[in-house]
Write a protein that binds this ligand. Structure first.
Ligand code: BT5
Length: 324
């Protein structure tokens, strides 16, 4: 149903503020004129101001500027990322839905977005608190033709995309804590969960789950998170438009991804380093196999963390929880 509304918005975009007859829209999309009328009624309910003039047709005068699938779609400047967007009010986990869609052939660029998650997931079966109406809870499906070992690079690539979008839209300067956290003043504002579907050492799909705390007030976090979580609004001192943030992320991610496909991880690494925190510092890397303490030297050309322990030995860390 909603992809039809996105197509109607595409038609309005092409019309550039001019009138479009119901017949023309119907013909372009391949639906009846009654169906066009019904979908336009739905768009109006969402806050789109669509004028109808006899003999001329429909004209889009104003968009709602709020949080909805169509509003995000309207302001999207990308070619593939965020096309389509699948928007839900409440889901258990956008990650789970994205996996199902990917298994059923969903195209690269598909985004699953929810206003609320009841069973948001972190890494290692930890939970992700996803309060209704406050954040961006989304999962992006991409299908790069790469070896499985490279999939974790997309956590870093997505982190750079989110960091850039936060700078742009909220005017804040987040830091990236390897591998998957974005921090503001030392507190977690975003977490990323990269999962992969593969066959014989090749990637079939990568599903990048991104949770951003956007408009939470301090009281919106459960007690267990009060000291370690924060939101953009808390630091910006005002509400941040979530639709704009999603649009900005999609555009930045698409550019980074294109660069990655042409030139590999190195240019992404250079950008990543401009946001990185804790490089050059003493850290503790907690892994399933055990804990290593030492100095974080940086990441290598594949995105792997290099950690020098007190005996001078350099460890290659592929995945861990980092304590600073
Ligand atoms: C992550 O895991 O940081 C990855 C989070 C990914 C969430 C997105 S939302 C959309 C998509 N759908 C999903 O179901 N998941 C993805 P990890 O590094 O394991 O961190 C998890 C830990 O962060 C938890 O154990 C808490 O301590 C903390 N945490 C939970 N919710 C938080 C929140 N809203 N803000 C900050 N910290 C949180």
């Amino acid at each position: 149903k909603s992809p039809v509304r996105q197509k109607i918005l595409d038609a309005f975009r092409k019309a550039g503020g001019g009138y479009l007859s119901g017949e023309k829209i119907a013909g372009e999309i391949g639906i009846s004129r009654t169906a066009v009328w019904k979908h336009i009624a739905e768009l109006r309910k969402e806050g789109f101001l669509v004028e109808a003039v006899p003999k001329k047709g429909y004209r889009l005068r104003e968009t709602p500027g709020e949080w909805s699938e169509e509003e995000i779609y309207w302001g999207l400047e990308t070619k593939r990322i965020g096309r389509p967007i699948r928007f839900f009010e409440t889901v258990d986990s956008t990650q789970k839905i994205a996996h199902e869609l990917a298994a059923n052939g969903a195209e690269e660029g598909t985004i699953v977005l929810a206003d609320e998650q009841t069973m948001g997931r972190g890494r290692l079966s930890r939970g992700w608190h996803s309060k209704k109406g406050k954040g961006i809870w989304m999962s992006l499906i991409i299908r790069p033709d790469i070896a499985v070992q490279k999939a974790p690079q997309f956590t870093l690539l997505a982190a750079v995309g989110v960091a850039g979008a936060i700078e742009d839209v909220a005017g804040l300067s987040p830091k990236i804590k390897w591998p998957n956290d974005l921090l503001i003043e030392g507190k977690k504002v975003c977490g990323i969960l990269t999962e992969m579907v593969s066959q014989e050492n090749r990637v079939l799909a990568i599903i990048i789950g991104i949770g951003i705390n956007v408009n939470h007030r301090p009281g919106d976090f459960p007690d267990a998170l009060k000291d370690k979580a924060t939101s953009l609004a808390i630091h910006a001192g005002k509400e941040i438009p979530r639709a704009k943030l999603v649009q900005s992320f999609c555009l930045k991610f698409e550019r980074l991804y294109d660069t990655y496909l042409k030139a590999g991880f190195l240019p992404v690494k250079t950008l990543w380093e401009t946001y990185a925190c804790s490089i050059g510092q003493r850290i503790e890397a907690r892994m399933v196999q055990g804990t290593i303490r030492g100095k974080a030297l940086g990441i290598d050309e594949e995105g792997v963390l290099l950690l020098q322990d007190d005996s001078g030995r350099i460890h290659h860390i592929y995945s861990a929880d980092i304590e600073i």
